[in-house]
Design a protein. Structure first.
Length: 423
């Protein structure tokens, strides 16, 4: 139940955040927004996700995973609902940034909670399933948009997404338990009773007392010292080359990923196809991403992980060049849709594998720090990619040229991934 709910929460986050991509054309027409301004909206939303994952999510160690999940669901739901009422460019940017904050923190919290409540044997599968919720939600965005937008306009998308998210906050309040790790380590008021209530669901005998812990001040000071040392240890001579290459791979691949996540529907429309074609392309890209995530996970049990990621990433880059070439021909809609689907498989499947590479690259004592910093610094690419694309489109750079340009970071990222040599 917990894993399923975390997957659903992640799906709704994916729906809410990517709703902007499938409504960008209508919003731009109504508010008279140029491509560079649309790019800023995308970038601010992704900047919010980056800051939410790096900073807001850390408060879950203070207030608890369950509480943070409920807060972020309410935050995303309310700001998405408010987006349906917006009439100005500055307010649109502010609301999308705040929605991103909540989504970024949500991604970190649900994965952690799902891992904690999963049996060891199925832990990796559970985290992968929860992670796939974001592209699943994005896929649903394209499907729902084809029905909602023609009938209710672009504002209807945000009303639907925001309303469902607020309802899910109430479901989380009712059904999601607190992290046992948090309760046993932080020991807030009534922690023992809460722990026993949770473990009773798993037919575990109740505890008579919680595990002992040290002084809170001593633990805090030790954590601070340890955190600083862990960050610095990522750049020791033994790990410096791998760390910098890992950061570079995340940055390069994620800039291309979020270029496509943000601009695919608008780019298809700019090629002369209708809005439904743009939504279909977005749906196929994310459906391919879901398949790619599971395909890579299955293949990685048989072959070298970094080699697979390299093949996936370089394939995505080559296919993006094929897409650029096919866009020049009339009546190429079927070919373009097939290409964007396979690009989704290779690009999103390969990028998601980088999370496992980061986890395997570092020893256990600095693993969380290594993964966190790779994701956090890599998300600068998510902020820059859509913004740069917006300015390029505003300057008159063609759609095909955009695909040619953004294939290059994916190609270089694939080469970097191979050089990491992680099995």
């Amino acid at each position: 139940m917990i894993v399923a709910l975390c997957l659903i929460f992640n799906m709704v986050d994916g729906f809410d955040i990517t709703a902007m991509a499938v409504t960008a054309h209508q919003i731009a027409e109504e508010m008279q927004l140029s491509a560079d301004k649309l790019g800023l909206v995308f970038s601010f939303s992704l900047a919010g996700m980056m800051m939410g994952a790096m900073f807001l999510a850390t408060f879950s160690d203070i207030i608890g995973r369950r509480t943070m999940i409920i807060i972020t669901l309410l935050l995303v739901g309310s700001t998405v609902l408010l987006t349906a009422t917006v009439n100005s460019f500055p307010m649109l940017i502010v609301l999308r940034f705040v929605s991103g904050l909540g989504a970024g923190a949500m991604l970190a919290c649900v994965a952690t909670l799902a891992a904690e409540y999963s049996p060891e044997r199925y832990r990796a599968l559970s985290v992968t399933a929860v992670t796939s919720g974001y592209p699943l939600g994005a896929m649903m965005t394209g499907l729902v948009a084809s029905s909602v937008v023609p009938e209710f306009g672009w504002r209807g998308m945000f009303i639907a997404g925001g309303s469902i998210t607020v309802v899910l906050a109430l479901i989380a309040f009712t059904l999601i338990p607190e992290s046992l790790h948090f309760l046993c380590n932080k020991q807030p008021k009534g922690a023992l009773q809460k722990v026993n209530k949770i473990i009773a669901m798993f037919s575990v005998q109740p505890l008579s007392q919680l595990p002992t812990r040290g002084s809170g001040k001593e633990n805090t000071a030790a954590d601070r010292a340890s955190s600083l040392q862990k960050v610095m240890s990522l750049l020791t001579p033994a790990l410096r080359r791998s760390t910098l290459m890992l950061w570079g791979t995340f940055f390069l691949c994620i800039s291309t990923l979020y270029f496509l996540m943000s601009w695919t529907p608008k780019l298809i429309i700019n090629l002369g196809y209708d809005i439904e074609a743009g939504n279909l392309a977005f749906t196929l890209f994310n459906f391919g991403g879901v398949l790619g995530i599971y395909a890579l996970g299955w293949l990685a049990t048989r072959w070298s992980l970094s080699t697979l990621i390299s093949i996936f990433a370089i394939t995505a880059a080559i296919l993006m060049w094929f897409f650029a070439a096919a866009a020049y021909f009339a009546a190429a809609k079927t070919i373009l849709m097939a290409l964007i689907f396979v690009i989704g498989i290779s690009l999103q499947g390969g990028f998601t594998g980088m999370y496992a590479v980061a986890a395997k690259l570092y020893p256990a004592e600095i693993r969380s720090t290594g993964v966190g910093w790779a994701i956090g610094l890599g998300r600068f690419g998510a902020v820059l990619g859509p913004g740069i694309a917006g300015y390029m489109i505003a300057m008159g750079v063609s759609i095909t040229a955009n695909f040619l340009v953004f294939a290059i970071p994916m190609l270089i990222g694939g080469i970097f991934a191979y050089k990491l040599r992680v099995s």
